[in-house]
Ligand binder design. Structure first.
Ligand code: C2E
Ligand code: MG
Ligand code: MG
Ligand code: MG
Length: 291
């Protein structure tokens, strides 16, 4: 790092920092090309109705098929996309592919919905309620089949703007899910103020459900609060049968996680969907109380 003796020369050159800056610059250049050259791929992770044991939809999770690096996960490029504003183009692209898929399903008579992650940086200007409405009209899918996943971070800078955006999006008929619930600034007063359709409980609260009474109490309480506000709960990170058993017993509505499937490309999704009833049957068969 930079060393300066009293009155001595200051050395600004740091090989590590220089390499990091270079890598960041390269990533940014690659990211611009990725948008231009169509290197993004939507992956789909099933969303399961835990009480009925049925597939109801999927979350769309973006992947980057990098020509040299292979499949790059979102955490490796979303933050840079946000800093550079590229998130807006990327966000439009992912919504466009989700919308096309919904239109295709609805055309084929399949009643599935999709949720798409929206970055706080896209709200309120990068993704307007009018643009969403126009997308649904142009591609021909029902607004109610598209959910926007937001996090509480949208509330940080502009509470009134965020609220107006939320209200307008829901007034257009789209649904809104609050993602990673419990990890942010979750204040119960937000729930009263910001009407959303579903709360997605972060996987951190699901992981140790079998051993951690605190997590169980929290999931139960959130489910009860959601019920009383007319919202539903989605458990993220459902990884094993014990999670399913406990979540069902607690009255949790929906689940998503590796127990059902990791996110997969579209061509694998139909097969994954076909397996869900089979995976869920043992829980439905179990006598009430033995759950
Ligand atoms: P998220 O929206 O909370 O998505 C859930 C993450 O948990 C996904 O990681 C998913 O693959 C992972 N996951 C699912 N089931 C399990 C499980 O059973 N166990 C564990 N340990 N993990 C599970 P992924 O796909 O790497 O995405 C990470 C984050 O990147 C997402 O978190 C979301 O915030 C962001 N992201 C993904 N796609 C997009 C996008 O199109 N736009 C924006 N703005 N953000 C995106
Ligand atoms: Mg999400
Ligand atoms: Mg999440
Ligand atoms: Mg997350």
């Amino acid at each position: 790092s930079a060393q300066a003796g009293p009155g001595g020369p200051i050395c600004f050159f740091d090989p590590d920092l220089a390499r990091l800056a270079q890598e960041r610059h390269q990533l940014e250049t690659d990211l611009r090309h990725a948008i231009r050259d169509g290197q993004f791929v939507p992956f789909f992770q099933p969303l399961v109705d835990l009480q009925r044991g049925a597939l109801v939809g999927a979350e769309v999770l973006i992947r980057w098929q990098h020509p040299q690096r292979g499949l790059v996960p979102p955490n490796a490029f979303i933050p840079l996309a946000e800093e550079t504003g590229l998130i807006n183009d990327m966000g439009r692209w992912i919504l466009e592919s989700a919308g096309r898929q919904l239109a295709a399903w609805q055309h084929a008579g399949r009643d599935l919905y999709l949720s798409v992650n929206v970055s706080a940086h896209q709200i309120p200007k990068g993704l307007t309620p009018d643009a969403l409405h126009e997308l649904a009209q142009r591609l021909g899918f029902a607004p109610a089949s598209l959910a926007l996943e937001i996090t509480e971070s949208i509330l940080i800078s502009d509470v009134d703007g965020a609220q107006a955006w939320l209200d307008a999006v829901r007034a257009r008929g789209f649904r809104v899910f609050l993602d990673d619930f419990g990890t942010g600034y979750s204040s119960l007063s937000y729930l009263k103020r910001f009407t959303v359709d579903r709360l997605k409980i972060d996987q951190g609260f699901i992981r140790d459900l079998a051993t951690n009474a605190g997590d169980r109490a929290l999931v139960e309480a959130v489910t009860a609060i959601a019920d009383s506000f007319g919202m539903q709960v989605v458990a993220e990170g459902v990884e094993d049968a014990e999670h399913v058993r406990r979540l069902r017993a607690m009255g949790c509505h929906y689940g998503q996680g590796y127990f059902f499937s990791p996110p997969v490309p579209l061509d694998a999704f139909s097969e994954v969907g076909r397996r869900i009833p089979e995976l869920m049957q043992p829980f439905l068969d179990a006598a009430p109380g033995s759950n």
